[in-house]
Design a protein around this ligand. Structure first.
Ligand code: URA
Length: 237
């Protein structure tokens, strides 16, 4: 990998700034000053320093975000704020993207990574990684709904969902529920309730596979995955 690319990827500066640092002899590779930004280095073997700071190369980044409402789950949009806008520059330069989509008004667990293979595995219908949502629903959610979801319900486009596990937390004029599903059709949770003539008024994802939303993360904040969480993700690759 080119030295200037590695340093830019690690957030040392823009490609232009990094080139200037190299030309001004601030960068060493295995103790030798390098003045050519295009020189190739091996991030696993070479010791790269900017002045006295060792630059540790990291290829992938894995972030758990508590998505706030009002942001869309994409990397760029002409009009809307995106979840990427919430990231500090030190993470943005990895060019992470959200793994799967949450609606603009949906909150909760969103994984952001630049690891395309992992994203693919987490979303692959073959892997069937389950996701759990907490929702507030208008009207009384009943045992009949639990049974209907367990069998699978027919959505507005005629698609019959796989079985979902519906747990009723409370049932009143507004009900609170948790729903676990193993697929990710567009607006799936909202449409599953529509199929039983009910409306979701608040939706939050609280789990994806073994990844649980960290309850200490306020909406709009994020953190890197712990070693254990990252190991779980690697086990899916
Ligand atoms: N189901 C929905 O309806 N919306 C989401 O954001 C996620 C799942």
């Amino acid at each position: 990998m080119r030295l200037d690319k590695l340093l830019a990827n690690m957030g040392v500066g823009s490609r232009k700034e990094v080139k200037r640092l190299i030309k001004k002899k601030h960068v060493t590779v295995n103790g030798d000053v390098v003045k050519d930004p295009s020189v190739h280095v091996n991030p696993d073997e070479d010791c790269i320093k900017v002045d006295e700071t060792i630059i540790h190369y990291q290829k992938y980044v894995y972030l758990m975000m508590n998505k706030p409402p009002g942001y869309i789950s994409s990397t760029w949009d002409r009009w809307e704020r995106t979840v990427i806008d919430l990231l500090e520059p030190k993470y943005k330069h990895f060019e992470p993207f959200p793994v799967g989509r949450l609606d603009k008004d949906t909150e909760g667990l969103l994984l952001l990574t630049n690891d395309g293979k992992l994203a693919h595995e987490l979303l692959s219908p073959k892997k069937g990684v389950s996701k759990t949502y907490y929702a507030k629903v208008e009207g009384k959610v009943t045992e009949k709904d639990v049974e209907a979801f367990a069998k699978g319900v027919v959505l507005d486009d005629g698609y019959k969902t796989k079985p979902g596990k519906l747990d009723i937390i409370s049932s009143d004029t507004i009900s609170e529920i948790e729903l676990t599903i193993s697929e990710g059709k567009f607006h799936q949770v909202k449409r599953m309730f529509q199929a039983v003539q009910k409306q979701v008024i608040y939706l939050q994802r609280i789990r994806m596979g073994e990844l649980l939303l960290d309850s200490t993360l306020p909406p709009g904040s994020y953190r890197e995955l712990t070693e254990k969480e990252e190991k779980y993700c690697q086990s899916l690759r």
